[in-house]
Design a protein around this ligand. Structure first.
Ligand code: FUB
Length: 333
């Protein structure tokens, strides 16, 4: 049958399907398009004074082995679709005290400076004979006059060397006090107050009261909404879950999972941008067959996140579209 003999009734559903397909192609924004083939993980979102959204990420190099990661990146956007690559903003070569494990970073703005907080380390993790492992990780802090760096190691050393610490996240409360959350010894979640100059911690590292429910792991992220503090984390490194509290140091009350696991670790951040709450996280891509180890790699993605009237977080599903219609949504909501 030629196209001219197709009846209107036959054509209409075909056109609708085609349009829907084309729209999905145009809107598909997951994983995020950073304008190159770069693979990123552990995205931390921040909106600074210039009104742009900044994402600070770690970097999965092609064919990297066992999370041996070497540098950190920043990307920025005003529509969450078109991103500018500003990286790398710091590498382990810039550090005197670490040569590997450039893992999940976070950033903060305080006293007119931008801070990049990051885990890094040395040594080797022996997964077969853990007693032979020499791997060590600590937390460093770097400073810059610009949100996109270059960042300079602020103290030329980790904030502390013992105990083990990883996956730092900074939250600055309304009174200007900065809190450092991290995954510490025994994979417990801990918090410390940062000194006003952001170059050391003040007082003790505190293991937080998680209200009797504390799946261990990495990737803490804290934010405040309508006076309530949210402590969010990847439960057992997989499902994104959250707690709430009336203080930034807890005690925390467990509230449940808001994004299910798709296998492989997840690491996220939650930030409000132009009146929309957005969840940044990473997805595992298919195996790179060019790599000898056929290593899977990760890349950053984004979804809208919604709250119920009572402040609880609605479940977030992974989508292909992500936040591809962000500008339409901002203009129409
Ligand atoms: O990207 C390296 C590590 O994997 C991060 O620090 C963890 O949170 C996990 O995403």
């Amino acid at each position: 049958m030629s196209i001219s003999t197709l009846s209107r009734a036959t054509l209409k559903p075909l056109l609708v399907t085609t349009m829907a397909f084309l729209c999905a192609q145009v809107l598909a924004q997951n994983p995020l398009d950073f304008g190159s083939s770069i693979k990123t993980a552990d995205p931390s979102g921040h909106v600074w004074q210039d009104g742009r959204m900044y994402l600070y990420t770690s970097h999965d190099q092609e064919c990297q082995a066992d999370f041996w990661m070497k540098d950190w990146y920043a990307f920025s956007s005003t529509d969450l679709v078109n991103w500018t690559d500003h990286g790398p903003i710091l590498t382990v070569d810039d550090l005197s005290w670490a040569d590997n494990y450039a893992w999940a970073p976070d950033a903060a703005y305080k006293n007119g400076k931008y801070y990049l907080i990051f885990p890094a380390g040395t040594g080797h993790k022996d997964r077969v004979n853990p007693e032979r492992s020499t791997k060590w990780m600590g937390i460093g802090i770097a400073v810059s006059d610009s949100p996109t760096g270059p960042f300079k190691d602020a103290i030329g050393a980790p904030l502390w060397t013992e105990p083990y610490a990883n996956d730092p996240s900074l939250f600055i409360d309304d009174d200007g006090q900065a809190y450092l959350y991290f995954h510490g010894k025994n994979a417990d979640y801990q918090v410390a107050k940062m000194a006003d100059d952001m170059r050391s911690v003040e007082g003790e590292l505190m293991k937080m009261d998680m209200g009797g429910y504390e799946p261990k792991m990495e990737g803490p992220w804290v934010f405040k909404r309508q006076g309530l503090y949210y402590f969010t984390m990847p439960e057992n490194n997989r499902e994104l879950a959250y707690y709430t509290a009336t203080s930034p140091t807890g005690p925390w009350q467990y509230k449940g999972v808001f994004m299910q696991s798709e296998g492989g670790n997840n690491h996220h951040s939650i930030v409000e941008y132009q009146g929309q709450w957005v969840l940044f996280y990473h997805r595992w891509l298919s195996r790179n067959t060019q790599c000898a180890n056929r290593q899977k790699q990760r890349h950053s993605a984004a979804e809208y996140l919604y709250f119920n009237e009572d402040g609880t977080i609605q479940e977030v599903k992974r989508t292909e579209e992500g936040v591809g219609d962000f500008m339409n949504k901002v203009l129409n909501d």
